[in-house]
Ligand binder design. Structure first.
Ligand code: ZN
Length: 172
């Protein structure tokens, strides 16, 4: 069932209305499949991190892969492999951010919560939380650089986005 806002309009109805406006002005139907800037951005899914706006990415320019934390997880690597091998990207830019939800829990705490609320035992599953923002970016840069599935010589760069200021800090 669709959730209703105070005004009674579902989010789906709002999305479809917005999309009708978008499609009415849409002019990018002829863009090629490979990203024009040959780059992939891996970023946290945080709703306050509007990746395309933050980086000035135009439609068709870059792959944007998002997950909780912007972590270089197995599935992020899966996307990087497809992006590089099939669609010609040569750079990876990793963005984590201040006030990230991933800084607020441990695997053990989340496992307890899942057990209590869903009745599921997740065992020692790693949800990839992190206690140190700077270190998490460095860890993910290294994970991508050291993956045998990532092309040797791939430029891998990391950043911290400040949700408080809109600014991006380079992590080295
Ligand atoms: Zn986050």
């Amino acid at each position: 069932m669709a959730s209703l806002e105070a005004g009674g309009k579902s989010l789906q109805a709002e999305f479809l209305e917005n999309n009708a406006q978008y499609a009415a002005e849409f002019n990018d139907g002829q863009l090629p499949l490979p990203p024009a800037r040959h780059a992939l951005v891996l970023a946290c899914m945080d709703a306050r991190l509007h990746v395309e706006k933050v980086l000035g990415i135009k439609n068709g320019a870059c792959h944007c892969v998002r997950n909780a934390g912007g972590r270089a997880s197995d599935d992020a690597l899966r996307s990087i492999v497809i992006s590089q091998r099939l669609l010609g990207t040569k750079e990876v830019h990793i963005i984590h951010h201040t006030d990230c939800g991933m800084l607020t829990f441990t695997n053990e705490q989340l496992a307890v919560k899942i057990k209590e609320e869903l009745g599921v035992d997740v065992g020692d599953r790693d949800f990839l939380p992190f206690p140190d923002l700077h270190q998490s970016v460095l860890d993910d840069i290294r994970t991508v650089r050291e993956s045998p599935l990532v092309a040797p010589g791939t430029r891998v760069q990391g950043y911290i986005y400040e949700v408080e200021t809109g600014k991006l800090r380079v992590v080295e």
